[in-house]
Design a protein around this ligand. Structure first.
Ligand SMILES: NC(=O)c1ccc[n+]([C@@H]2O[C@H](COP(=O)([O-])OP(=O)(O)OC[C@H]3O[C@@H](n4cnc5c(N)ncnc54)[C@H](OP(=O)(O)O)[C@@H]3O)[C@@H](O)[C@H]2O)c1
Length: 250
């Protein structure tokens, strides 16, 4: 999906869902890469979203289905075709919720909240933006997952709600990719792992001295992810890739 290689298209319409560290860095990078980009960011607040005349902020709450539909209606007032929809919303912890270290820590309401935000949002976004994404130009629906959502890769245990809701997210995405291969042939649907990235979501769990993996800045991650998105081919629809473009086992 390379906006600059499409002569027929003057405008590159992008919707970024989530105004956190990675979502905002992706917005900045899209605006830098594509002069003709128009970006809408959906979020609970402006967050770190860049100030730019080509960017519009629309308020929404990922756990309220009506607000997702209203967000799509607000986008429609600005442009009817979407070329790139990126879901960057995620919940690992909040004031009232911490990732579960063990079975004793499981609470039904926390699990439900994790599933609502990390998994159920994705198909509701796809429903709401189905019409905007189906057109004859190349388009992509990209949703940020996490390597810890890989069932095969679960060696450490813990983080029940986050892991399970990201695994559910992945199955919903794969199923959507199968359906849209027929009904939305122009849309490539992929799940991406952004790497370990410094953000509000990851901050409490990054102890640099003991942390074994490289920690990326949001800008580094966004640049890598947009590089992958630009190189996506329709045959890759339904894949789960990391920030370096390597496939992750489901
Ligand atoms: N950072 C990492 O190391 C890492 C690793 C693997 C995967 N990921 C994934 O990458 C994505 C982006 O995370 P990030 O690192 O950029 O974290 P972040 O800065 O905390 O961003 C997450 C965003 O999700 C939003 N959000 C949560 N619940 C919401 C709701 N009910 N309605 C609307 N927005 C809601 C937050 O909104 P508020 O600002 O209003 O709270 C925040 O803007 C997430 O899907 C995360 O799971 C991150």
């Amino acid at each position: 999906l390379d906006a600059d290689n499409s002569d027929a298209r003057e405008q590159f319409n992008v919707v970024i869902v989530g105004t956190g560290a990675i979502g905002s860095a992706m917005a900045r990078d899209v605006l830098k890469r594509h002069q003709a980009a128009r970006v809408v960011m959906l979020g609970r607040s402006n967050g770190d979203s860049p100030r730019d005349s080509r960017l519009t902020f629309v308020a929404f709450d990922a756990s309220d289905p009506d607000s997702i539909v209203a967000g799509a209606a607000a986008v429609e007032k600005l442009f009817s075709r979407v070329h790139l929809l990126i879901n960057t919303v995620g919940l690992l912890h909040s004031e009232s919720q911490q990732p579960e270290k063990n079975l004793r820590a499981i609470r039904a309401d926390n699990l439900q909240r994790s599933f609502q935000v990390n998994a159920i949002l994705l198909p509701l976004l796809a429903q709401a933006f189905s019409r905007h994404l189906r057109h004859e130009e190349p388009a992509a629906l990209v949703s940020l997952s996490a390597r810890v959502g890989s069932i095969e890769d679960n060696k450490m245990g813990g983080w029940y709600g986050y892991r399970a809701s990201k695994a559910a997210h992945n199955m919903l995405l794969k199923t959507l990719a199968r359906e849209w291969r027929i009904s939305h042939r122009n849309v490539t649907v992929v799940a991406l792992h952004p790497g370990t990235v410094r953000s509000r979501l990851s901050q409490p769990f990054l102890n640099e001295k003991s942390y074994p993996k490289r920690i990326l800045t949001p800008d580094e991650s966004a640049q890598a992810l947009l590089g992958i998105i630009e190189g996506l081919a329709p045959a890759e629809s339904g894949s789960f890739l990391d920030w370096q473009g390597k496939a992750i086992p489901w």
